[in-house]
Design a protein around this ligand. Structure first.
Ligand code: MRU
Length: 353
């Protein structure tokens, strides 16, 4: 996608360094962050310099390749990388692919796996980018001219290598001249909607409005939302879907008001080893994310301030799980499917509980 007229990807490998857009500084500053080894790429995943299911998948794949490059024990590095963030399936998918590729000819003395690991990491990143492109083309079919869509969190190009998942169909519909309007949930506590999705939509000149997280019911009850599209961090074998905290609420509301609710995600987000949403590990993050906020003053200085009663504790689950029954369909690089078709197309046999 373009930033100030120049094409950027969210993350890429340059020789042995992983280069990424620093998402913690957006929308205030556009800067690139360089990770010289797998440990610094792990740190960037943990502190959310890079975030979003697809982007952390690519980052984890590159980190695994960096471990081969530096001659680190691959198993030790693999464990460190998969322990950076627990919920997004793409992270585990990427690490498995790169680790397996690198181990084919690996011996600790000559580290033959380097070339294969780099190749696999680049493939994961390309796959991720191509899936976003296809999701955009398929998802565009859902937009009637003048459609008003609600999205939650950031599942745009920043959350992938390029294109995005939930925002890919929005870009496609916008570029097709459908005159759409996007309502962007602010997505407390970290504000990925207000900060990142709004920044992306501004760059692409897509008409949009940021709304408070708790405004969706009012808009839906007044007939202002035609469809909802969000991304996914992990889709269980039965179609239950983990996504940013607050997604479940929107799905329940959408069902109540008869509004279609779609999940957009590449098939690498489907986890056949997770039977249902109950088996998905939900990341819990620092209470500081709830109690404090960071913003920029009119002089361009960033400040972090307390926005809650001093001394009160907070609880900060980062994801929730939307049961398949609330999901109208899944938009993947293979097309748009209901949860039943999704199971069939991926040869998933429903678990016998
Ligand atoms: O905690 P984050 O910002 O890494 O959250 C993950 C997500 O980006 C979302 O849940 C998103 O909606 C789906 S992933 C593209």
């Amino acid at each position: 996608m373009k930033v100030n007229g120049r094409h950027y990807k969210t993350i890429w490998l340059e020789s042995s360094e992983v280069v990424m857009i620093d998402q913690n500084k957006l929308p205030f500053e556009f800067t690139l962050h360089r990770c010289v080894d797998y440990k610094s790429t792990c740190t960037a995943i943990i502190n959310m310099t890079v975030r979003g299911a697809g982007a952390i998948g690519a980052a984890a794949g590159f980190a695994m390749a960096q471990a081969f490059i530096s001659g680190t024990d691959p198993e030790k590095a693999r464990l460190e990388i998969i322990n950076t963030r627990p919920t997004a399936r793409d992270l585990f998918y990427a690490v498995d692919k790169v680790y397996s590729a690198g181990m084919v000819n690996y011996t600790s003395s000559d580290n033959e796996g380097i070339k294969e690991a780099i190749k696999a990491a680049q493939e994961v990143a390309h796959e991720n980018e191509n899936a976003g492109k296809a999701i955009g083309i398929y998802g565009n079919e859902l937009f009637k001219p003048g459609a008003r869509v609600l999205t939650h969190c950031n599942a745009g190009w920043l959350a992938f290598v390029d294109y995005g998942s939930a925002l890919a169909p929005i870009y496609e519909a916008h570029h097709a001249g459908k005159n759409i309007h996007v309502y962007v949930d602010e997505t407390r506590p970290r504000g990925q909607g207000a900060r990142l999705t709004a920044w992306e939509l501004n760059n692409e000149e897509v008409p949009h409005t940021i709304i408070p997280d708790n405004a969706a019911a009012l808009l839906m009850s007044r007939g202002i939302i035609d469809l909802v599209i969000t991304g996914a961090d992990r889709i269980a074998a039965n179609g239950d879907t983990a996504n940013k905290i607050g997604t479940l609420e929107k799905a329940i509301l959408a069902k109540h008001y008869g509004i279609p609710f779609y999940i957009a995600a590449p098939s690498s987000t489907i986890d056949l080893n997770t039977k249902t949403g109950n088996d998905i590990i939900i990341e819990e993050r620092s209470q500081d994310e709830v109690l404090k906020q960071t913003g920029m003053d009119e002089n361009g200085t960033l400040h972090t301030v307390l926005v809650a009663s001093p001394g009160s504790p907070a609880y900060n689950p980062a994801f929730d799980v939307t049961p398949a029954e609330f999901i109208t369909g899944y938009i993947s690089e293979k097309g748009i499917t209901s949860s039943n078709i999704l199971l069939k197309e991926n040869n998933i046999k429903l678990p016998n509980n």
